[in-house]
Design a protein around this ligand. Structure first.
Ligand code: IPE
Ligand code: IPE
Ligand code: MG
Length: 245
């Protein structure tokens, strides 16, 4: 898809351009946020869901074409049932809201494991919002290794005996979505936790100690400013270096 010129300038003076098409968020730190306040973890997730709504709206406002959020991983099933149920209930409520007319909501991950009621709601939202100018990917029961195994199994079923990179990337859950330019992880841990291992090959990574429920638009602006201060070489040389050997 063509990048439509976006004339939005952030409060910090940064102008967003075609270099920043896709931001992905690893929304971590809900449990610790609750613990610090002496609250049950479930309330951390509730506050995290509110932060997600705010940040998603902010990214829409500043015209980020693709936004992905890591909401629930294939490994998060290890958590107590009570916590998992609370997270899925929040998702269920989210599916009932009215969506911004500019945004296509898509789910990435293996949603086949959910009950029919939730699956039907997910596909109804995807259908209702399809074909819009901005994309919000919600990674649910998502794990990058499971995603790659799924791709391999599909390729085997298709009978391929030789493949190229695009055979893999086009069959990922992210499909035609460009790779994330910037991955932001809140909560202070410096790792990807099985998130977009293929797609993150050349992503810029930004880590912050801010816990996800405390995430603000100012911090998003800070991450974007940091992104624009980086030199992305993709294995090549800086422009001025390659032009003046
Ligand atoms: C992220 O917050 C949300 C999910 C993984 C579902 P956590 O629940 O992992 O919060 P911490 O890392 O325990 O603080
Ligand atoms: C990553 O957070 C997954 C999500 C944000 C959904 P985790 O809390 O599950 O990651 P680890 O266990 O600290 O690596
Ligand atoms: Mg965590």
């Amino acid at each position: 898809m063509e990048f439509e010129k976006n004339d939005i300038t952030l409060k910090n003076g940064i102008q967003i351009d075609e270099r920043l098409k896709h931001i992905a968020f690893i929304m971590d730190g809900n449990g610790r946020w609750a613990k610090r306040k002496g609250l049950p973890r479930e309330l951390g997730h509730r506050q995290g869901a509110a932060a997600f709504s705010n940040i998603a709206k902010y990214c829409e406002k500043i015209g980020i074409k693709y936004v992905t959020v890591y909401a629930f991983s294939t490994e998060n099933w290890k958590r107590p049932k009570k916590e998992i149920d609370a997270i899925l209930k929040l998702l269920d409520n989210y599916l009932d809201q009215r969506y911004n007319d500019r945004v296509s909501v898509r789910f990435i991950g293996d949603v086949s494991v959910f009950d029919d009621r939730l699956k039907n709601k997910i596909s109804a939202v995807e259908k209702e919002t399809s074909g819009r100018e901005l994309v919000l990917n919600i990674a649910l029961n998502y794990g990058s290794r499971a995603e790659l195994v799924n791709v391999c199994n599909r390729l085997l079923k298709e009978g391929k005996n030789e493949i190229c990179e695009s055979d893999i990337s086009s069959r990922l859950y992210t499909g035609d979505c460009p790779d994330p330019d910037l991955i932001v992880r809140t909560g202070g841990d410096i790792r990807l936790s099985n998130f977009m291992l293929w797609q993150a090959a050349y992503s810029e990574l930004y880590f912050t100690d801010t816990l996800w429920p405390d995430m603000t638009s100012e911090e998003v602006d800070k991450a974007i400013a940091d992104f624009y201060s980086r030199k992305r070489r993709f294995g090549g040389l800086d422009k001025q270096v390659s032009e003046n050997p």
